[in-house]
Design a protein around this ligand. Structure first.
Ligand code: URP
Ligand code: ZN
Length: 609
């Protein structure tokens, strides 16, 4: 029984910024589990972006009800207990970038909302945000309804929706408002590439950004210079370069970085917060970093594919399977550089941009690389790949891992602290994470629909032993149980405080230019900045450790951008002071006492709402 099964039956009510769309669902699912289930997880090592503690966690009705030592808690009779000794408890991952069942390049991506969210959960991701992508001229609301119908009866975890703006008119502007006020959407993406298909012009970008700001929405860009790419493609094909190597040749780092900078400039001119999706190169990441240091409110996302792969050793015959845009890069240093940007809060989130096509579909571009359907896998493996390339290499610690795999996305898209945190009142989306366990990624064992895996053969430390989705144990001891449709649509309310309080100050949501952030948005764009990338655990001098940024303060000092005033951003570590080691964390109780918990997640007994 799903409210959204038939598009004609869709009915909506006006939303306040805090209310949720009605979800008429039966709490019992086909896996035989019930949201009434009570679950007690004992002796886990709870990791949030801002602290770690040894704690027990009690879950009831899909919500976390208790986090603490257990000394002050009586476990209800008949309650199931999981012993998490030696394991970490992490917030379920949030993948802010997926494309399930997307019509693209004359075909449809093979992971639909069932297969895609199933794969997500298998890998430890318990929330995804997909993109509604209307065709040029199509109503945004109709496209949104299409996505809801595709998704609602299939998802096995909660999901939200961004909406792409692929054309521009007054009706599009009006529909953006309806989407924000009545449909639970708070973010819009513009493509600066895919000329003739999705690409919008700079003047359209300007107006779309302004509209986002008026609505309290998050403006996003896919940043590549589509005009230059179109010319490059034409030249390469004319020169006889028809093979898949032409893809990256036509979309170089410079072509990506130019668009990132242009989007930042337009965001600056319109005083609009900007989220740059899928930053895939060092040059582009530097543009995000520099914009943040100039004081602009810009956030950057990178992807599992760019953190886990380069094209260096990829053989020509499988190269089409790695085609995605902006491309996975040749430069073998790229993954490490991108992880350093994440470590330093120059980038904030990791997604997958999961958009999978089978080998036979990639064949569509056999004689012309520009016809290869763009997209790769990643929704299942993102958590393990980020752990392997980040925590396992020592570039980030588990708290930063949580920040970049769930918390920051939850904050930016206004799902926090319901998602992205283990605390009383949060949804019980929890991973019992074994950092010592190793798994080898393979298409032969993955849960995705596609017949290729770009991470094939990669050994990853960090494996979810249990995956708990809204209180339901979906993965345990390698046994995976999910029910189609057990997830729900997530409303993402406008004016995410993490974004808009930093822009306007908490008392002003009218875009008053006198606010602290708007002052910063007016900083000189030509100011010079040193953006050398430090080695792990050696931060540049300008990173003066300070208090974690408070997002609910009207104090203009605290409303400044993370790095511009030397504040430590939420979840990013002062790695010079870090004493963290995985073995210290997990080997023996004595050593755990050295872990400082700044803000124990279980310290408060009240919920958030
Ligand atoms: O290559 C990709 N990412 N394909 C999906 C469409 C997009 O660009 O987001
Ligand atoms: Zn995408």
């Amino acid at each position: 029984m799903h409210l959204w099964q038939n598009p004609k039956s869709l009915s909506y009510r006006k939303l306040s910024s805090k209310t949720l769309l009605p979800i008429m669902k039966n709490n019992n699912d086909a896996s035989g589990q019930s949201a009434q289930n009570r679950l007690y997880i004992k002796r886990g090592h709870v990791v949030n972006h801002d602290g770690m503690q040894q704690a027990d966690v009690y879950i009831e009705d899909g919500t976390i009800r208790y986090v603490g030592s257990g000394a002050d808690f009586v476990v209800p009779g008949g309650c199931r207990t999981i012993d998490a000794t030696g394991k970490m408890l992490l917030p379920g991952g949030i993948d802010p970038h997926t494309h399930f069942q997307l019509e693209f390049g004359g075909t449809v991506s093979v992971d639909d909302f069932y297969q895609g969210t199933k794969a997500a959960v298998a890998g430890g991701t318990t929330t995804v945000i997909d993109f509604v992508i209307p065709q040029k001229g199509e109503s945004l609301l109709e496209a949104y309804d299409t996505w809801r119908v595709r998704a609602d009866s299939k998802v096995v975890c909660d999901y939200g929706l961004h909406v792409a703006i692929t054309w521009w008119s007054k009706s599009v502007r009006d529909e953006m408002k309806i989407l924000c006020q009545e449909r639970g959407v708070n973010s819009f993406k513009c493509f600066m590439a895919y000329k003739g298909l999705f690409q919008v012009t700079d003047s359209e970008l300007y107006e779309i950004f302004e509209t986002c700001k008026e609505l309290g929405a998050v403006a996003q860009v896919h940043a590549e210079n589509g005009d230059v790419i179109a010319k490059n493609v034409q030249k390469l094909l004319e020169a006889g370069v028809t093979g898949p190597e032409g893809h990256e040749l036509s979309r170089t780092e410079e072509v990506e970085a130019e668009a990132v900078n242009r989007a930042c400039v337009i965001a600056h001119q319109t005083k609009t917060p900007l989220y740059v999706t899928r930053v895939t190169s060092k040059l582009a990441a530097e543009q995000v970093s520099q914009a943040r240091r100039r004081g602009l409110l810009v956030y950057g996302e990178t992807l599992a594919s760019s953190l886990g792969c380069t094209l260096t050793n990829v053989k020509q015959n499988v190269l089409p399977y790695y085609v995605t845009s902006p491309p996975i890069r040749q430069d073998p240093e790229t993954p490490r550089h991108l992880m350093k940007f994440l470590a330093l809060d120059d980038l904030q989130t990791t997604g997958s941009d999961n958009c999978t096509f089978n080998k036979s579909q990639k064949e569509l571009g056999r004689n012309d690389f520009s016809k290869i359907p763009n997209g790769v896998n990643g929704v299942e493996d993102r958590m393990s790949v980020v752990w392997e390339k980040g925590v396992q290499t020592g570039l980030i610690d588990p708290q930063r891992f949580v920040a970049i795999t769930s918390t920051n996305a939850a904050k930016i898209f206004n799902l926090y602290p319901r998602k992205g945190r283990i605390a009383v009142g949060s949804d019980a989306d929890i991973l019992v994470w074994d950092p010592k366990e190793v798994r080898t990624i393979s298409a032969s064992t993955h849960h995705q629909a596609c017949d290729f895996n770009i991470f094939e053969g990669m050994k990853c430390h960090g494996v979810p032993e249990y995956v708990i989705v809204h209180g339901r144990v979906c993965l345990e001891n390698g046994v995976f149980r999910v029910a189609e449709g057990q997830g729900s649509f997530l409303e993402t309310p406008v004016y995410p405080p993490f974004v808009y309080d930093a822009l306007n100050g908490i008392t002003d949501r009218n875009g008053d230019d006198k606010s602290a952030r708007n002052g910063l948005q007016a900083l000189d764009l030509n100011q010079k900045h040193d953006v050398d990338i430090p080695e792990p655990y050696a931060l540049p001098e300008k990173y003066v450790p300070g208090p974690a940024l408070s997002i609910v303060s009207g104090d203009s000092q605290l409303s400044t951008p993370h790095s511009a005033r030397g504040h430590r951003p939420d979840g990013s570590k002062n790695m010079q002071q870090s004493t963290f080691s995985i073995s210290e964390e997990l080997d023996g109780g004595d050593k755990r006492s050295c872990i400082r918990v700044k803000n124990p997640p279980g310290g408060k007994s009240s919920g958030f709402w």
